[in-house]
Design a protein around this ligand. Structure first.
Ligand code: MLT
Length: 428
């Protein structure tokens, strides 16, 4: 028997259908409410509002659960690879070896970008933040591949856009870095794996026989897996709503890159390191800064703590913390901010102020420390997040298009002036 919710407004009862997801999540379907009664729901930030039904990623905020297509993030981070996880998120199942080989080959086929891309890149001063360059270069693919402007042209066409996106994102990312440091760009080396190819494009100097440290490449692969999708976060919701207007996959993802840039979203990993560096320069007195975080008038907020969905711990943070320890040990890196990070974490996990407010380290808290250990510059941290999140954006855009979801168009409650007549400027 289908469940219903009863809404009583001014003594009149309205029955609203209740839907239940495969993990027991429950929603009141209000789509037809406005037809029955002139009432909308209001939920700024959509904190308690579902925008869609999705089969891609499941989060359980109370129990710290994250699964991609039903597979626990812990297992994927330990046993899978980023490209295999990208295939899983986008096509719904783990690939067979022939499927993975073809996917890997198809991506390698498209790692080069149109040479005219350099004319766009040259227009950005070296002071440009790499995220702004990345969003622009990614959207420029609509110019080089105008057939992509029809997002549903054919299954083959959509597949081509998907492999082009995955193939060229690392190239655009590395080029946005080279532009920031004023170095000539490197071209992709298709003889090596996805992460090694990116790192070589990022760090190789002209005519240098650059060899990527497998420890660094493996750590990056794990980080990208952990960032690959996260249900309806800000940037993914942006990709979906832009894509809902039938905009191309490239412009939808470019919009997602811009949403991710914000310091409250993907930019948080950069803000964590800036915070840790400031504490270090101030003498490393973590207790002083913990107290400032508790003082509402201080204007200081601990970056990298707490999460909108996770109410006890971010499962990715637990995996990243172990990876950070492993990487810094293997690379022999002694990072002074790591000690400060560990002191902040210890305090946050014990201090009632943070425990009561469920402010525990999230994915951004440790990812910045690993990126530093891997030699990634701070301005590139959010770019790394974008490389990781790309499969999730693609999967969610594809699901939204295949489900033929309507254009996103939220309502509002108007609080401005009621009607009034225009007056001549001479009478104002
Ligand atoms: C993410 O992975 O996108 C962040 O944790 C933010 C979120 O999920 O809201």
């Amino acid at each position: 028997m289908s469940r219903t919710a009863e809404l009583i407004i001014d003594g009149k009862s309205y029955k609203l259908p209740i839907i239940e997801g495969s993990e027991g999540e429950v929603a009141i379907e209000i789509g037809n409410l406005l037809e029955e009664v002139k009432v909308i729901t209001l939920d700024p930030g959509y904190k308690n509002t579902g925008a869609t039904k999705s089969a891609i990623t499941f989060l359980d905020g109370d129990h710290g659960i994250l699964r991609y297509r039903g597979y626990p993030i812990e297992q994927l981070a330990e046993k899978s690879s980023f490209i295999e996880v990208a295939y899983l998120l986008i096509f719904g199942e783990l690939p067979t070896q022939p499927q993975l080989d073809k996917f890997t080959h198809d991506i390698k086929t498209h790692t080069l970008v149109h040479e005219d891309t350099k004319k766009i890149l040259d227009g950005f001063p070296s002071t440009s933040h790499p995220m702004g360059v990345l969003a622009s270069l990614f959207c420029s693919q609509t110019a080089f591949y105008p057939e992509s402007l029809d997002p549903n042209r054919s299954a083959e066409g959509v597949y081509l856009s998907i492999v082009r996106s995955l193939a060229k994102m690392p190239t655009f990312a590395a080029w946005s870095y080279k532009n920031a440091v004023g170095h000539p760009v490197n071209y992709p080396d298709n003889s090596i794996d996805y992460c090694s190819r990116f790192l070589k494009m990022m760090f190789a100097l002209p005519a240098e026989d650059y060899n990527v440290d497998p420890v660094v490449a493996n750590a990056l692969d794990k980080l990208l897996i952990l960032h690959a999708d996260h249900e309806q976060n800000c940037s993914t919701s942006t990709v979906r709503i832009v894509g809902s207007s039938k905009a191309s996959i490239y412009s939808s993802i470019s919009a997602g890159i811009n949403a991710l840039w914000g310091p409250l979203h993907g930019g948080a990993n950069q803000e964590v390191i800036v915070m840790l560096e400031n504490i270090r320069k101030d003498g490393g007195d973590t207790e002083k800064w913990i107290n400032k975080a508790k003082d509402k008038n201080s204007g200081f907020r601990l970056m990298g703590f707490g999460h909108r969905v996770y109410k006890n711990f971010d499962p990715r943070a637990k995996i990243i913390k172990k990876a950070a320890d492993d990487v810094l040990t293997k690379l022999g890196v002694n990072d002074p901010v790591l000690e400060i990070a560990q002191k902040l974490e210890e305090a946050a996990l014990k201090d009632p102020y943070f425990v009561e407010r469920r402010l525990y380290p999230n994915v951004d808290f440790y990812s910045g420390i690993i990126y530093r250990a891997l030699g990634i510059p701070v301005d590139m941290f959010t770019v790394m997040f974008a490389i990781g999140r790309l499969p999730g954006w693609i999967a969610q855009w594809k699901e939204m298009r295949e489900n033929k979801e309507p254009i996103g168009r939220p309502r509002q409650i108007y609080t401005g002036h009621t009607t009034r007549d225009y007056t001549s400027i001479t009478k104002r």
